[in-house]
Structures are given as C-alpha cells and as structure tokens.
Design a protein around this ligand. Structure first.
Ligand code: SAH
Length: 361
C-alpha cells in the first residue's frame, strides 16, 4: 500500500513546490519547508513549527527527514575534535573539526566506507557500504559548525571533503551538497572555502570542468610515476598520471581555477630529489600548487614518515622551480582523526550496522 517514503532532502526546490501543492497547501508553504530543510536544519517534520499540525501530519505520511545524529565526540590534545555520526539506517561515519590559528575547518565524509583501497589509508580497509546523501553531507557541516560555536565560539571558515570515501564516486551528491553549503538559502559559504579532494578519477574530473564546478579541487597524487603510484593506489591502474593530467588540463581550462596536488611524503619511497624532479615535471603541465602531507600511521608497518629536514628539502626544491608548496602538519593524530585514519575504530560493530549507538547530548 504505502510507497517508499520520500526523503525530503532528496527533493529539488521544484519537487518540494509540487509536493506542497499536491498536499493542498499554499505555495508559500513550500518556501517555509525549504527553509526548515536547508537553513534551519530541522531534525524532524514535527519540529517545523510554523506549519499547521494538519499539514505536518500530511507531510509526515508521505515523506521523511533523515538527519545524522552525533553519537560520539573525541577531543585531541591539539584541539581537533572527531565526531561520529549515526545514519538513519544504523551506519556510522566520521567528520572532524580542525581549528588552527587562522582557520576553523570541517572535514566531512562523502561515503560510508570506501571502495578505493589505497594502501596507506585506514578508510580503504573498510568496505564501501553506500553513498551519503547530499543532506547527510550538509548535516556533518551543520553539526561540526555547532561544535565550533560551542567549544571555540567561532564560525567555520573552510569545508574539506577529505573524510571517508571518494567524493567523485558520489558525484551528484557532492555537487548538490556543495551547492547547498554555498547557497544563500543554505549555509551561505563561498565556494572558495570549499575543497573537494579526489583520489583521481579522470572522467569525473573532466565532468567537473564541463559542469563548471566552483569549489576548489585537490588531487591525491602521492607519487609522480605510474609505477610508484600504482604500487600504493590501485585506482592508478585505470586512471594513470597521463590521463589525470589531461583531465586536469581540461578542468583548469574550463573553470579557470588551479588545482592542488596532495603528496604524502613516505620515507625512502617518494621523498628523494629525483621524486621531486618527477613531480616538477607533472606540475609543468598543470596549473597546480602542492601540499606536502605528513604521513599518519595506520597500523601497517610498510609506510613511514619522512623526517622533517628531508620534507623541507623537498619543499625547497619545488619552490626553487616556482611551485607554491606548503607542508601540512598532521592534526588530531592521538584520536585517529587525522587524514587517512578515519575508520570507525571505536565502533566496528556500529560501522557494520550491527549495533546502534545513543546520541550525545
Ligand atoms: N578519497 C579522497 C578523499 C579522502 S582522503 C582522496 O583520496 O583524496 C583525504 C586525503 O588524506 C587524501 O589526500 C588522502 O590521500 C590522504 N590520506 C589518506 N591516508 C593518509 C595517511 N595515512 N596519512 C596522511 N594522509 C592520508
């Protein structure tokens, strides 16, 4: 009898307008519903208090709201806070609040688990369960913004899609969520403050160019030859460096934006001057800057961190060739909140949906 309920946040504005009309309500009600969904972030239809009880009841018969619930907060000694969120269907994803002097960054997940299996990343060890909806991605931002307000009394300045999952394998919801984060009738944050990070999918990078994506793009390069890159990132077998470079050139030409290469420095693996030279060669083909990333251990002894002196040499070499290069120090490592460490470690049973956690109050 009952069809599958409509997830309200899966609807476009036009679809909300027609649903409201179908339920026999005046058109301005649609604007109110939209505001509850994307501006006020109501956690239930019941909470939409300026709608009549009757309308709320009719709406609840047809549709549902599926917000994320914070089930755990962990604080690092460096101020980083990791948040575990429970989804409506009982899975857990993680998001991170990263405060520095200049920035307050929210790092959000795009999928439950990940299918890419990069050797150095703990999330890659979880299997991919499903994509997060645009609403679920935005929820992480909203909840992390609340934590920033609560603990730091400061608003978020940046959003990075660098949590669990591969955003470009959840292309539509990545685009939609960024649009909602940016929109005036959403969170109102400039696209310049939003960065999407990809392990490197040539087809989708081209698509970003075709779609005129306005957020910043970061590509997890981590090695400057196919041999090295394939040895740590299986995705390189089907999306090699040459294809990525061609896709990035297409993207930069159409968007007139540059890109950031993320490059984790692994001791004795990709941190020699020859590696730096290979990287310069790639940078000569794409308008790019480089972020050198400190490796965060993920229990596998294969990779080690490059000593800081060597990292500085690597940086100096790139800089001497005119490439803007920053070293990104790792944050939140003591609570496994740093890049590549998100793996629902505390709650493996919840990660697999076997157990459900209570919300944090
Ligand atoms: N799938 C996307 C986004 C998630 S990872 C991507 O691959 O870009 C976000 C960043 O953290 C990526 O640059 C990723 O390569 C990096 N990362 C993964 N594991 C890491 C680790 N153990 N130490 C440091 N950075 C890591």
């Amino acid at each position: 009898m009952n069809a599958k309920p409509i997830d309200l946040r899966e609807l476009s504005k036009e679809e909300v307008i027609s649903l409201v009309a179908e339920l026999g309500e005046k058109p301005y009600r649609a604007a109110q519903v939209w505001e509850w969904l994307w501006k006020t972030h109501a956690s239930s239809i019941e909470a939409m208090s300026n709608l009549s009880k009757d309308f709320r009841a009719k709406l609840a018969e047809r549709a549902v709201l599926r917000p994320l619930v914070v089930v755990e907060e962990q604080k690092s000694t460096d101020g980083t806070i990791k948040c575990a969120f429970r989804t409506w269907d009982g899975h857990v994803v993680e998001g991170v609040l990263i405060p520095t002097e200049k920035r307050i960054t929210a790092c959000v997940s795009s999928q439950i688990g990940c299918s890419l299996d990069c050797d150095f990343c703990a999330t890659g060890k979880l299997k991919r369960v499903r994509n997060l909806s645009a609403g679920e991605i935005v929820d992480q931002v909203v909840q992390i913004a609340r934590l920033a307000e609560k603990y730091l009394k400061r608003p978020l300045t940046n959003i990075v899609y660098m949590g669990m999952g591969e955003p470009l394998l959840n292309y539509t919801n990545t685009m939609r969520s960024a649009e909602r984060i940016n929109a005036e009738d959403g969170l109102g944050m400039s696209y310049r403050r939003i960065t999407v990070s990809t392990a490197g999918l040539a087809k989708q990078i081209r698509q970003l160019g075709d779609d005129g994506a306005k957020f910043n793009l970061a590509l997890s390069l981590h090695a400057a030859t196919d041999e090295k890159r394939s040895s740590m990132m299986p995705i390189n077998d089907s999306n090699n460096i040459e294809e990525l470079v061609a896709a990035l050139r297409h993207y930069t030409r159409l968007t007139r934006k540059n890109v950031t290469f993320e490059y984790i420095l692994f001791r004795d693996l990709n941190d020699s001057l020859e590696d730096a030279r290979d990287l310069v060669r790639i940078c000569s083909k794409v308008d790019a800057k480089v972020n050198l990333i400190e490796y965060n251990p993920t229990d596998d002894g294969r990779f080690q961190r490059t000593p800081i002196e060597k990292a500085l040499q690597f940086q100096n070499y790139l800089e001497s060739k005119g490439i803007t290069t920053r070293i990104r120090r790792s944050r939140g490592r003591d609570i496994d909140a740093a890049c590549g460490q998100l793996a629902n470690k505390n709650e493996p049973a919840v990660a697999s949906g076997e157990r459900v956690m209570k919300p944090v109050r």
